[in-house]
Design a protein around this ligand. Structure first.
Ligand SMILES: Nc1ncnc2c1ncn2[C@@H]1O[C@H](COP(=O)(O)OP(=O)(O)OP(=O)(O)O)[C@@H](O)[C@H]1O
Ligand SMILES: [Mg+2]
Length: 326
């Protein structure tokens, strides 16, 4: 990793009319990273991205791309980046290859150079066989791959992808992830936005959890999960009185592998080091408390959604599903 960062964002803010879409946002993206902005609908992800790609001016704060200010040096920044929008631009009766040629003209890429880049991009995103079909008839995944190829046409050092797999089926999502990883291996720094927990977890090296325009937590998915303080054991009890819960909590607190205990609906959330000793011991302990009747026991490793809940007070899963653009 180079000492100077690929992207530096400092106290960025954006107010639309009366909506404060982004508030005091600061982050750093290192060279070669896949960095994710994870948040629910309306969190401010696209707004942040549009500021970074120079199509929207911030209300406050600054951002630099490879050392260039996104407002003062917008032209330079545009030459360094590629962008794949959340909304698809495919609406004409053009083939996949013709779309790419049109893009090449917009970027003033010489014809011969364009033809050879397009051939290799079609190969990269696995669209060679369908390149000469009208793109309107492509499946959602194929359209997304074409979008990505368009974003890569100018040979960007940094690629911004807004919701790269929104609305796609599982297989297409895995394919797109694989393509994104290949781009990373070619040395491209990648910033994606997503409201999919598994995408953030499995694809991104680091993520910023963003909610209502603010960053709530930042780090690698692994570190963020580890910061929750161990694996979770959820006990559900039938007819548990506050007295029984108190007794049980006191008894469990004495166990060496128990890190923390919090109340949850009809039971307890116990954070432990690992399952092997914890589960049998916890069950034994419940048996020693008079009147304590175990209804259920659930073990889970911390998930990114638990991180989201811990930092925002609600679950990303409770959000209504994102709409699929056409
Ligand atoms: N052009 C605009 N004019 C006014 N308000 C806007 C505009 N664009 C976005 N907003 C508002 O700013 C907030 C953040 O929107 P943004 O599109 O950045 O969210 P997002 O995280 O990308 O959401 P999604 O997951 O739905 O794409 C929302 O409250 C939205 O309504
Ligand atoms: Mg968006």
């Amino acid at each position: 990793m180079s000492s100077s960062a690929a992207i530096e964002v400092s106290n960025l803010g954006k107010v639309y009319d009366s909506v404060e879409a982004v508030k005091n946002l600061s982050l750093t993206v290192q060279h070669g990273e896949i960095f994710g902005l994870l948040g629910p609908n309306g969190a401010g992800k696209s707004t942040t991205l549009r500021i970074l790609i120079t199509t929207l001016n911030p209300t406050t704060g600054t951002a630099t791309i490879l050392g260039h200010d996104v407002v003062k040096e917008a032209d330079t920044v545009r030459r360094l980046i590629g962008y794949v929008a959340q909304e698809r631009a495919i609406d004409r009766f053009l083939t996949g290859r013709e779309h790419l040629l049109l893009f090449a003209e917009l970027y003033h890429i010489p014809k011969q150079e364009a033809l050879s880049r397009i051939a290799s991009l079609l190969k990269l995103v696995n669209l060679e066989d369908d390149a000469d079909r009208v793109a309107k008839g492509y499946s959602g995944g194929m359209k997304r791959k074409l979008d990505i190829a368009c974003g890569l046409l100018p040979h960007p050092k940094i690629l911004f992808l807004d919701e790269p797999t929104l609305g796609l089926d599982v297989q297409s999502r895995l394919n797109i992830w694989e393509h994104i990883r290949q781009l990373q291996q070619q040395g491209i720094t990648i910033v994606i936005t997503t409201n999919y927990l598994d995408e953030a977890d499995q694809l991104c090296d680091r993520i910023a959890i963003i909610d209502r325009g603010e960053i709530r937590a930042m780090g690698s998915p692994k570190d963020l999960k580890a910061s929750l303080g161990g694996d979770g054991v959820w006990l559900t009890l039938s007819d548990a009185t506050p007295e029984i819960l108190n007794q049980l909590t006191t008894a469990l607190q004495g166990l060496p592998f128990v890190r923390a205990i919090r109340p949850r609906e009809n039971g307890l959330d116990i954070r432990v080091d690992g399952p092997e000793k914890a589960l049998p011991s916890i069950m034994e302990t419940t048996n020693t408390i008079a009147g304590c009747r175990l209804d259920g026991i659930e073990y889970h490793r911390p998930r990114l959604d638990d991180v989201f809940v811990a930092h925002t007070g609600r679950s990303l899963k409770d959000e209504p599903p994102a709409s699929t653009e056409t």
